[in-house]
Design a protein around this ligand. Structure first.
Ligand SMILES: Nc1ncnc2c1ncn2[C@@H]1O[C@H](COP(=O)(O)OP(=O)(O)OP(=O)(O)O)[C@@H](O)[C@H]1O
Ligand SMILES: [Mg+2]
Length: 300
């Protein structure tokens, strides 16, 4: 198992394995659970989680996207009204409500959502005294994992209990990093948190990769930041780099992913390339197209 230290560049990657990939049999379940995490705000966590979810569903995977951010941006990016959702991740984490009943189908075949609501903002405090407060999402998720090929978790911009729940439920962390000044600031803290969760609560957790976002080809700064991150994470940086693109920023306001809103844009191409790499790193089985939506088949 590879690990990343909090203070320095990543350590060696085991030969014969894709960087960051799970060793066969190391995860508690064969269904990969991927958390998109970085406590820095506005780096592209939600954009990456949503576009990955829609792209994977379009390729025929059965996908569950869990929004653990009180801002509910993943929920609204999919065109779901976060103020009027029925049961949400709040009910699951705080009240122990069965996650199966908080799952909503989306209008995309193969893609289900556990929505967030603004009430989740209080959960960090409400959970402080709770029993098994760090493992609540993992426990809840275990019952529905067999319905899916992959589960994605959009994390909030903090390292509090919501992110810890996501990291404890996940096998894999993808870290979006914005191509901006101070991009690496705070990453040590994130890696320390990943290491702590890995050592104490979730040994299979691994950093599957870092994705550079909002790359601006006109600036030297963007190229410099990519170089710097490549030095820090030589084996884990994804080959795909997401450009800064107005189309990517516009898509959520139409409740669409970029692959729906403008499939031929550079942003869509970059996310498609990223998803191809992610599929390989997670060792997801090949899928050639859409399958029956999980919600039709398996909803209790
Ligand atoms: N490649 C891109 N080009 C241009 N705009 C982008 C790009 N990626 C994301 N954005 C926009 O930047 C903003 C922040 O992106 P996003 O919400 O994905 O980040 P985040 O890390 O989830 O933020 P938060 O920490 O608040 O949850 C959003 O308005 C989004 O539409
Ligand atoms: Mg977000």
């Amino acid at each position: 198992m590879t690990s990343v230290t909090a203070t320095g560049p990543e350590e060696t990657v085991q030969p014969g394995r894709a960087p960051g990939a799970q060793a066969a049999g190391s995860a508690p379940s064969a269904v990969p659970v991927v958390a998109f995490a970085n406590q820095k705000g506005g780096v592209g966590k939600t954009t990456t989680a949503v576009n990955t979810a829609v792209s994977l569903a379009q390729r025929g995977y059965r996908v569950l996207l869990i929004d653990t951010d009180p801002q509910g941006n993943a929920t609204s990016s999919l065109g779901v009204d976060k103020v009027n959702v029925g049961r949400s991740i709040y009910d699951v984490l705080v009240d122990g409500f069965p996650i199966a009943r908080a799952i909503s189908p989306t209008d995309r075949p193969g893609l289900d959502l556990v929505a967030s609501t603004p009430m989740l903002a209080g959960a960090e405090i409400e959970l402080v005294e709770a029993r098994q407060r760090e493992t609540r999402l993992r426990e809840a998720l275990a019952r529905v994992l067999p319905r899916y090929d992959v589960v994605l978790i959009d994390c909030p911009p903090s390292l509090g209990l919501l992110t810890v729940n996501a990291l404890t439920a996940a096998h894999s962390v993808v870290v979006p990093i914005q191509c901006e000044f101070l991009a690496l600031e705070g990453l040590g803290q994130l890696m320390t948190t990943v290491d702590l969760v890995k050592r104490g609560l979730n040994p299979p957790l691994d950093v599957t990769g870092v994705l550079m976002t909002m790359f601006d080809a006109r600036t030297r700064l963007s190229a410099h930041v990519v170089d710097e991150v490549r030095r820090y994470f030589p084996h884990r940086i994804f080959g795909a780099v997401v450009p800064r693109s107005v189309r990517l920023a516009e898509a959520p306001s139409y409740g669409q992913a970029i692959v729906e809103y403008d499939p031929s844009s550079r942003g869509a191409e970059a996310y498609e390339a990223f998803v191809g790499e992610l599929i390989a790193r997670l060792h997801l089985p090949f899928r050639s197209g859409p399958t029956t939506p999980p919600t039709e088949e398996h909803r209790p």
